[in-house]
Write a new protein. Structure first.
Length: 63
């Protein structure tokens, strides 16, 4: 039973890798979320008001 599960998963993984290698449309669909996230991150950090706390010119608030 264990061998069947391993073989079935191996066949599934090999099928996905084969489709990924042979189909540019599938590869684009699979990788699209990565590029969308990178674009959103680039837009966020390109905003002029975006600053990290250590880059602030104000002194830290005292308690």
């Amino acid at each position: 039973m264990f061998a069947f599960i391993v073989i079935a998963l191996l066949v599934c993984v090999l099928a996905v890798v084969l489709v990924w290698c042979l189909s540019p449309a599938y590869r684009k669909r699979v990788e699209e979320p990565k590029y969308r996230f990178l674009e959103m991150q680039r837009e966020f950090f390109d905003q002029p008001h975006t600053r990290l706390p250590e880059q602030s010119t104000k002194p830290p608030a005292e308690k």
